[in-house]
Write a protein that binds this ligand. Structure first.
Ligand code: URA
Length: 208
């Protein structure tokens, strides 16, 4: 299709990735009625050696807006980033999977988690972004994003709290997904919120 790139021709600019992503049909999610949402970051995010934040996939609102983390999970993320003192606009924010996976229920589109195979396929795009942005620090939120970076499923509980060194010298931190926090309430929510803040604070300390 027009704009599509073969998997062996890695795009060399973020703009080229964005164009090619729209046409991506390497997995069935791209066949749904959606648009692709790629990462966003500071102007000239190429080789910016800052923080890359990776979520799971765009939700309904992200799909409509064409921007990552603008819906409820994004608002919660913003709140925590602000609390900890990380400037979101200085980070490159993206997702493991670039198209919104959902099932239609009446007028509503209900989020569906991407399958491991879909994450592994879309990883090619994440790596294309990462090779251009070259972040010093990567924060993955939730199991899908952790899988996208590590190539296997890891336990967030076990992997969080300490950096994982990647072969290119960058540092990976793993935390929970803000949508997970949104599904909790009471003491469980408070505890997870505290742990989320602690992970963000650890990342911020490494950014300095
Ligand atoms: N959840 C995600 O993982 N990513 C988004 O962009 C929005 C919600």
């Amino acid at each position: 299709a027009a704009g599509s790139l073969e998997f062996d021709a890695r795009p060399e600019t973020l703009g080229a990735i964005e164009t090619a992503l729209h046409a991506c049909r390497k997995c069935p999610i791209g066949e749904l009625e959606n648009s692709s949402v790629m990462g966003e970051g500071p102007r000239g995010a190429q080789k910016f050696s800052g923080l890359m934040i990776v979520g799971e996939q765009p939700g309904d609102q992200e799909d409509l807006a064409g921007r990552p983390f603008v819906g409820p999970a994004g608002q919660l993320l913003d709140l925590h980033l602000e609390r900890v003192g990380i400037d979101r606009s200085s980070a490159y924010v993206t997702n493991a999977v670039k198209h919104f996976k959902y099932v239609q229920r009446g007028k509503r589109r209900i989020h569906q988690s991407p399958a491991a195979k879909e994450i592994d396929t879309c990883r090619w795009w994440l790596e294309a972004e990462r090779s251009i942005v070259q972040p010093k620090l990567i924060l993955t939120m939730g199991a899908s994003a952790a899988r996208a970076m590590l190539g296997k499923t890891v336990s967030i509980t076990k992997a969080r709290g300490a950096p994982i060194m990647l072969s290119d010298g960058s540092e990976l931190w793993v935390t929970a997904h803000p949508s997970y926090l949104l599904r909790l309430d009471g003491a469980a929510r408070e505890e997870q919120a505290r742990m989320f803040d602690a992970d963000l604070a650890a990342v911020k300390a490494r950014l300095a």
